[in-house]
Structures are given as C-alpha cells and as structure tokens.
Write a new protein. Structure first.
Length: 136
C-alpha cells in the first residue's frame, strides 16, 4: 500500500489502482467517474485490487464493492463509506475520517454522498450514480 500512496501523493494523482495482475493504473479525474467506469465496464481491473484514493465517500465505496476490490487507503474517507466497505469485507484505512464528504466549494454535502446516503445496496448506489450522470 505504501507504494500506491507514495505514487498518489508524489505524482499529484486522485486515484491509483494496483490490479490483481499487478499492473498499476494512474488516474487524475475528479469525483467518482473513473471508479464508476471501471465498476461498470472493466470490473477485471478492480477485482482483487489495491487502491489509494484522495477521497472516498459512500458512492466511491459502492463502486469499489461492486468491482470487488481487496483493500483501499483514502486520505479522507467518510464514515458511511468506511461502514459500507467493512460490511463487505474490504480492508479500509484512511488518513482522516469525516462525517461526510463535502462538495468542491465547501458549502454542502458532496452530491454523490447525498445521492447514496439512504441506500446500502452497492449495486443500487452504482445505478443511482449512472442515472445521475446520464441526466446531467
């Protein structure tokens, strides 16, 4: 995990994934879009993967559960994300645990955190995220 965390920070990335096959993938996208794409279209990348991420809210955690990851480290993780990951047997560690992820301008909850707040089925959360992006 240390290697992935170092890559995340040293290269200014938002997401680093070490797939089950050992390949390391780097991402710079904001929000959950990269994880959503992988969970829906390329689950083989996430199956058994180790992940280092800047911020993990419940929506990102749902994508990780659906994808079948093994372990995640987040610089910032929300309590609902931690609970969802642990409920599905995923090893989760964090730098800072927060009540919820905030939006980019710091004025409210992150829209994805709001969208997933009252749902505990990871597949249903992923479907909600897809619907959100299709309608926006």
């Amino acid at each position: 995990m240390k290697q992935l965390i170092d890559i995340l920070h040293n290269e200014g990335l938002t997401l680093v994934i070490k797939s089950g096959d050992g390949e390391i993938r780097r991402f710079t996208g904001r929000g959950v879009k990269d994880l959503l794409m992988l969970a829906v279209e390329h689950q083989e990348v996430l199956k058994g993967a180790l992940i280092a991420d800047k911020a993990v809210g419940k929506a990102a955690a749902a994508c990780m559960v659906v994808g079948g990851i093994k372990r995640v480290h987040a610089d910032v993780m929300s309590e609902p994300a931690l609970a969802l990951l642990q409920d599905h047997g995923i090893i989760a560690e964090y730098g800072q645990l927060v009540d919820h992820i905030i939006n980019r301008d710091g004025t409210d909850w992150c829209p994805m955190e709001k969208l997933s707040r009252d749902e505990n089925n990871p597949a249903a959360i992923v479907a909600r995220i897809q619907d959100f992006f299709q309608s926006h």
